[in-house]
Design a protein around this ligand. Structure first.
Ligand SMILES: [Ca+2]
Length: 323
């Protein structure tokens, strides 16, 4: 038996023009997570393998993959819908030295099945992937749960988008107790209206007007918990490149102790334990001057300008980071 899985609906997709490559550019969400400061310290996700199980890989010049697979028979593994490219590009921007692995398990129409997702997760177990990002929903099928359990037992961590129904969820896949479920918040720090919520939410990440790559070239901004989860995955890659995280349980413990609280005080059903910031990556090593890689190298990014015709002008401004 295999059950359908699907992409949560994404909203407000629109193209934007960008004068230079996405890597080296920061959008509002990256700033909210204090990514520029982490990059300036040389924390770039080096050596961490992040798998994106989604609609496939991209020809986009900003996207580089260490490896790519496809579980759909007869498919070349490329993304023609745009979702997988956008999700992957968020991870790449936040953790530009992480090794991206694309696994196409959703067809060009955004749908797939639990057998395909389970197969994709089992590839990840074999490949010793550190982090899997799953921005998809559906499929309460033991075959998928078993694949998740095996991957997690091997020490990997999974981040799963909570979904965009805006309703209470207490079920899997995002509700599996050994995956980290991500809600979405907006530029004003408010939880997104569509962000599914409940006791299973572990953290929230920027999920509205998130900048990312389109399928072949160009850039789009999109809204959805699909865009929030890879923000979490990128931050997890920065964390793991800096200090080892033994397994999912240790990762969950870190979320609990080192997230920055948002929304109602303490744990809540919308933001979970809060959002990831610099503290999430650095806590526990800042006090140790001898910790390896404290300042690995200096990074300088040039200026960029991002124009949004839809918003009538420049929306992200100029940025120059020098460390
Ligand atoms: Ca809270």
């Amino acid at each position: 038996m295999s059950l359908p899985v699907y992409l949560p609906p994404t909203f407000n997709r629109r193209p934007v023009s960008l004068e230079r490559a996405l890597v080296g550019t920061y959008d509002w969400g990256d700033r909210a997570m204090e990514v520029p400061a982490l990059h300036a310290m040389g924390i770039l996700g080096k050596g961490i393998r992040v798998a994106i199980i989604d609609t496939g890989k991209s020809h986009h010049p900003d996207l580089k993959y260490a490896d790519a697979y496809c579980v759909i028979p007869g498919d070349d593994g490329y993304d023609r819908g745009g979702h997988g490219s956008h999700v992957a590009s968020i991870v790449r921007r936040i953790a530009p030295e992480a090794e991206l692995i694309s696994i196409k398990a959703l067809g060009d129409n955004g749908s797939g099945d639990t057998a395909g997702i389970a197969k994709a997760i089992r590839y990840c177990t074999k490949l010793k992937v550190h982090i899997i990002n799953l921005s998809l929903g559906g499929g309460k099928d033991p075959i998928m749960r078993d694949a998740v359990n095996d991957f997690v037992a091997g020490g990997g961590i999974i981040i799963w988008a909570a979904g965009n129904s805006g309703s209470l969820i207490n079920d899997w896949p995002a509700g599996l107790d050994n995956v980290a479920a991500s809600g979405s918040f907006n530029l004003r720090g408010e939880i997104s209206k569509y962000s599914s919520h409940g006791p299973v939410i572990d953290f929230a990440a920027p999920g509205e007007q998130v900048l990312g790559c389109d399928t072949k070239s160009g850039y789009v901004v999109m809204d959805g918990t699909s865009m929030a989860a890879p923000g979490g995955s990128g931050m997890a890659a920065l964390l793991m490149s800096r200090q080892p995280v033994k397994n999912q349980a240790a990762f969950m413990e870190r979320i609990k102790k080192h997230s920055t609280d948002r929304g109602p005080k303490g744990f809540d059903n919308w933001f979970g334990w809060g959002q990831f910031t610099k503290a999430f990556v650095l806590d526990g090593i800042e006090d140790k001057p001898d910790a390896p890689g404290r300042v690995v190298r200096s990074v300088e990014y040039g200026q960029f300008r991002l124009n949004s015709p839809a918003r009538g002008g420049e929306i992200f401004g100029l940025e120059r980071i020098k460390a």
